[in-house]
Design a protein around this ligand. Structure first.
Ligand code: GLY
Length: 346
């Protein structure tokens, strides 16, 4: 078991290890989290692990909200449904929202926790690799709007994150790939040693790799919780990824879209002499090893147009993460015209 303590506007532990769901009462007690629990989950996670969670939480007063799941439930309508559910079940300020699922459930339930009664405590129990290494840590919560992904949301740090690695055994191949997309991202922007570890394989190293990613995220979030500076490094490949997700109506899931986004940016960076070709080779080898897509049948001009409504756009400019070496990236603020040229005329 590994524990990483995040010292952001709130201090909280991220606990990673095998069998942690069964230890939830102790972990909640250690974190001084009591009160009634509003468990928000989706149908898939509920059918696989609902009984296990409920058994572990025997003795707790809880209400269970089971969402359909999928990107479509990350909506304003579902957000309001859960708020109404909390009110109907008379949840108070001393109670706790528990997100039990992947990144979609974490983002949705976290946004609910940030708004219900102007904010209640919030526990993340991520059940996908992507949620363990990225979305459950750092307090970004959101729902999608028609115009794009994550366009309404709030920063709401959790009070505790419990990542039980046992649940990864039932992860679908697609979800595993999505997690690997984000894990490779951490290596590419921050940590060449992590790239070596990823190249060795996840089987014997998964707890170490997850903990390393969480620790890299901790460092960034502690420096720049509100995403004005270094946290933007985590957006490597993401501006294009969000455009790909939108263009494909989410048929390409987030982590796989990130893989394509990183690949497009890195290929352009090589062409423009920003990084050496070997950086692209390392990225390609890892994407291939984990069965991640490297391209998509949408032209860059179309992708560019979709990126102009991305929330990472600030006024007339956008900050792009560019790879410099393996394990090192730079932030480059580009005017929208410069970004258009970068993407479409490489
Ligand atoms: N997933 C990017 C971030 O948390 O900033």
């Amino acid at each position: 078991m590994k524990t990483i303590t995040v010292n952001a506007s709130k201090t909280y532990d991220v606990i990673i290890g095998s069998g942690l769901i069964s230890s939830l009462p102790t972990l909640l007690k250690n974190a001084k989290i009591d009160g009634k629990l509003a468990i928000v989950t989706d149908k898939t996670v509920h059918s696989l692990y609902g009984d296990k969670l409920i058994l572990a939480l025997l003795g707790y007063d809880y209400s269970l909200y089971v969402s359909e799941g999928g990107e479509e439930c990350k909506s304003g309508a579902e957000f309001l449904n859960i708020l109404e559910f909390l009110a109907e079940n008379e949840f108070t300020r001393s109670d706790v929202v528990v997100a039990f699922g992947g990144g979609i459930i974490g983002d949705l339930a976290g946004f609910v926790a940030s708004c219900y009664l102007r904010g209640v405590r919030f526990v993340q129990i991520p059940t996908t690799l992507l949620a363990m290494v990225d979305s459950s840590v750092g307090g970004k919560t959101a729902v999608n709007l028609k115009a794009g992904k994550n366009l309404a949301g709030a920063f709401c740090q959790p009070d505790l994150v419990v990542a039980d690695t046992d649940v990864l055994s039932t992860l679908s191949t697609d979800d595993f790939k999505c997690g690997m997309g984000e894990i490779i991202k951490y290596g590419m922007i921050f940590d060449e040693n992590l790239l070596d570890l990823i190249a060795k394989g996840m089987n014997d190293n998964s707890e170490e790799i997850i903990a390393r990613c969480v620790d890299l995220k901790r460092i960034v979030v502690e420096k720049d919780e509100k995403d004005h500076g270094d946290r933007q490094f985590l957006n490597f490949g993401h501006t294009l990824a969000h455009a790909i997700e939108k263009q494909t109506n989410f048929a390409i899931p987030h982590g796989q879209a990130v893989a394509i986004g990183m690949r497009i940016i890195t290929a352009i960076a090589v062409k423009r002499g920003i990084c050496k070709a070997e950086v692209l080779t390392v990225l390609d080898n890892l994407l291939e090893k984990y069965g991640l897509p490297k391209s998509i049948d949408i032209d860059n001009a179309t992708l560019y147009k979709t990126t102009t409504v991305d929330k990472k756009r600030k006024g007339n400019s956008i900050t792009v993460v560019l790879p410099e070496h393996c394990g090192k990236a730079v932030l480059k603020k580009m005017k929208i015209d410069e970004w258009k040229e970068f993407i479409t005329e490489a």
